[in-house]
Design a protein around this ligand. Structure first.
Ligand code: AHR
Length: 498
């Protein structure tokens, strides 16, 4: 066993503080995310607080103080914020991009901010660059953040029911500007970015401005945008936002073992994306003041498992998606010095959702339990780990490929706390692994496991607890942690150090 699989946790090799923001969420006016998912309306029979689904509020609090991005996505680049304020009956109805359904504008800025306040999350608003103007953007900032009485826009906010400013810090300047956000070239988008950010009012909150990064790891988009940015006056940018969807293999609930591994192989490309995007950022911003914001990510499966046909892009999330979520969050943890925020697409009734809801029915998907398990990392100090396990072999694209069998991340909290999370990809066999703490000794360990013998296990309205984590004590032999990882599992170890 001495030569068997092992992990060294390098307790004295810190990476950076794990910001709770990398566990953030994305919400868009699309399918069933806002209407039905979040908003049921104050007169609904579904339990709600001021129109917002109560069970959702309760569950979000269990994943911690994260950020929620809104109103899109592609929707953002056609959204005019004035459509969503003032008396609801007077708000215009518009053609809803994506869903091809009428957008009633019942849920607007005030409702979104109320949702954030109820869930103790922080808002992240995405501004309309595709069809909007710099003035519209700057007015939105003023409407949200100016103190009562300071300007007419602030007074309008007060008249619409909110005396206290919203204090919105995170502002996205466009979304997927290479695609649905305007089909710009990187140079043209950079020009627009300059116009939009030339003057952004502060009102006591320093804006954190996020520029639309590439489609996946398109290095050309990043190089060309920043070459233009560095040529002349440098507009303020705090975050650079690539989007990476790892797609699918097989089907949401049907896949063979090769497809099982291939899915993780694709999800693991996030590692390359972070390293390479960071490398290009460093050529233009050597002090690395600009951080990465992965504000859309997730596994995106083909149609067929939606619970309500009106919920565009809705899919059933199973154990496989939970492992994708866990290994992606581990990747962010290992790059805590580079990634300031990440927003999974999307919170509810959509791609890689934490929740599914339809009328009065509600269920937490396996992804939710991963986010809840990984909350233990929030604000921890990420430390390096070194995993030594044989690789898994699988076939994809007509050739043999390799993938890690075990991957994970670790963080320290306080003087004696250590959280270690591990993803074990082998679909059928357990593995015993030695966890060596370099620079410390374990006094006690507990482990929490999310696993199931069926690789496509998932939670449904009828059987909501099919896949939930279970916690047990871990035996320590002479201070050595030698657990057996269940096949197809996500495990969190809560270690108290001596
Ligand atoms: O999340 C669904 C869509 O995917 C978003 O609107 C868009 O930004 C991305 O292409």
């Amino acid at each position: 066993a001495a030569d068997g699989p092992s992990i060294n946790v390098l307790l004295d090799e810190p990476i950076g503080v794990i910001r709770p923001e990398i566990y953030s969420q994305f919400t868009e006016h699309i399918g069933g995310v806002i209407y039905d998912g979040i908003w049921v309306g104050p007169d609904s029979k579904v339990e709600n607080i001021g129109g917002i689904r109560k069970k959702l509020i309760d569950h979000i609090q269990r994943i911690g103080n994260v950020v929620i991005r809104w109103p899109g996505g592609c929707f953002a680049d056609s959204y005019h914020w004035r459509d969503g304020i003032g008396p609801v009956a007077k708000r215009p109805r518009r053609f809803g991009r994506w869903s091809e359904a009428t957008e009633p504008n019942t849920f607007g800025t005030h409702e979104f901010i109320r949702f954030c306040r109820l869930t103790k999350t922080e808002p992240y608003l995405a501004a309309n660059v595709g069809a909007g103007s710099p003035e519209e953007f700057q007015h939105w900032v003023e409407y949200c953040n100016a103190p009562a009485g300071a300007t007419s826009l602030a007074d309008e906010r007060v008249a619409n029911g909110d005396k206290d400013p919203f204090g919105v810090r995170y502002w996205g300047v466009g979304n997927e500007s290479w695609g649905c956000g305007g089909k710009f070239t990187p140079e043209d988008y950079c020009r627009e970015y300059r116009r939009f950010t030339e003057w952004v009012p502060e009102y006591g909150v320093k804006p954190y401005l996020i520029a639309a990064g590439p489609n996946s790891n398109d290095l050309d988009w990043t190089r060309r945008f920043f070459a233009k940015w560095a040529d002349g006056a440098r507009a303020p940018i705090q975050g650079w936002a690539p989007h990476y969807y790892c797609g699918t293999t097989g089907h949401a609930l049907e896949f063979n073992h090769d497809q099982w591994y291939e899915m993780f192989h694709k999800a693991n490309q996030m590692e390359t994306l972070i390293r390479e995007q960071w490398g290009v950022l460093g050529q233009f911003d050597p002090e690395h003041k600009i951080k990465l914001i992965i504000d859309e990510w997730g596994a995106w499966h083909p149609k067929g498992t939606e619970i309500n046909a009106r919920h565009l892009f809705e899919q059933m999330g199973c154990l496989r998606d939970a492992l994708v979520a866990a290994l992606t969050l581990d990747t962010f943890n290992r790059h805590a010095d580079k990634v300031d925020m990440a927003n999974v697409a999307q919170l509810i009734n959509n791609i890689h959702s934490l929740f599914l809801a339809d009328g009065d029915q509600f269920v937490a998907t396996p992804n939710f339990y991963v986010f809840e398990m990984y909350k233990a990392h929030h604000n921890g100090k990420a430390v390096r780990i070194d995993v030594q396990t044989p690789e898994a072999t699988f076939r994809a694209e007509g050739k043999e490929q390799h993938l890690f069998r075990v991957a994970g991340s670790a963080s320290r909290s306080g003087d004696r706390g250590l959280t270690l999370t591990l993803v074990h990809t082998h679909p059928t066999e357990p593995v015993e692994i030695a966890v060596n703490l370099k620079g410390g000794k374990a006094a006690s360990v507990r482990q929490t496991v999310l696993s199931h013998e069926q690789l496509n296990a998932h939670n449904t309205f009828a059987e909501p607890l099919t896949l939930v984590p279970r916690t047990t004590e871990t035996k320590l032999t002479g201070g050595v942690i030698r657990p057996t990882l269940a096949p197809a599992s996500v495990t969190r170890f809560d270690v108290t150090l001596e």
